[in-house]
Design a protein around this ligand. Structure first.
Ligand code: CDP
Ligand code: CDP
Length: 222
């Protein structure tokens, strides 16, 4: 397989990162989790007590603490300058505020530039909300993953249970729907399917079934 770029977009918990990691591993490509970068800025704002509404100061944080990835045997690590923030960016306080931070055009412009740099030589599987529409409009393969909100909340609920984290299904579902609404209604690069993306509704599908469906699309396109 030559070094094509694969864009995987979709709403929260549609399975993007899980399947993107498997596809990247199987093709020997690099996986890039762009959500981790927006989460990183949100974490930095919390840490440095910068208001989520202060776009200019958020941009300064990105410039001062560039967010980068490091591939390791046990998975991908996320860094803000020298600090390993891989686990810290998953905390609920980050999750519940990231959509506000990611709506700012200047925050997006900085992170989109960094994402495009990662993909410049090809061989990247990148997941997010605007990869097919804005970050990599020329990606050879574009997938838009969806699933019902109930199923996506159920997946998160099970994931939390497996990690020993207590959560409530109704609250998870509400939070997911709220984040999808904010992500889809912002003016800069809202979450939407690119015209040339292939829609995969994963409701009721296992991870293996989704991976097989995406590999079929890749085979047909390339
Ligand atoms: O994994 P999960 O679905 O919870 O979300 P994520 O991919 O980690 O993304 C977290 C948040 O970052 C999203 O809800 C969006 O607000 C923002 N995001 C974005 O605006 N654009 C992207 N390309 C990726 C994420
Ligand atoms: O990256 P995104 O937020 O789109 O979703 P994810 O973190 O890859 O997946 C959310 C959860 O759903 C994980 O626990 C996956 O193992 C699970 N999942 C699933 O049960 N069935 C699928 N077809 C895809 C993901």
């Amino acid at each position: 397989m030559h070094k094509i770029n694969i864009a995987i977009d979709g709403p929260a918990s549609s399975g993007k990162s899980t399947v993107a990691k498997i596809i990247a591993r199987d093709f020997g490509f690099v996986y890039t989790d762009t959500g981790a970068m927006y989460r990183g800025v949100t974490y930095l704002a919390l840490k440095h007590q910068v208001s989520f509404a202060d776009e200019q100061s958020l941009v300064k944080l990105i410039e001062k603490y560039p967010i980068t990835f490091k591939q390791t045997e046990s998975g991908q690590l996320v860094f803000a300058k020298g600090e390993d923030i891989t686990d810290a960016i998953r905390q609920p306080e980050v999750t519940n505020n990231v959509s506000e931070v990611s709506a700012f055009p200047k925050v997006r412009a900085h992170l989109v530039k960094a994402q495009q740099k990662i993909a410049v030589s090809g061989g990247v599987v990148m997941d997010g909300r605007d990869i097919g529409t804005t970050v990599l409009p020329d990606a050879e393969v574009k997938i838009f993953l969806v699933a019902s909100a109930s199923e996506r909340a159920q997946r998160r609920y099970k994931e939390n249970q497996a990690k020993g984290i207590k959560s409530d299904f109704a609250t998870l579902k509400k939070e997911i729907e709220q984040r999808d609404y904010t992500d889809s209604h912002r003016s800069t690069s809202p979450l939407r399917q690119a015209e040339d993306a292939v829609l995969v509704d994963t409701t009721g599908m296992t991870i293996d079934e989704v991976v097989t469906a995406i590999k079929k699309v890749i085979k047909e396109k390339v």
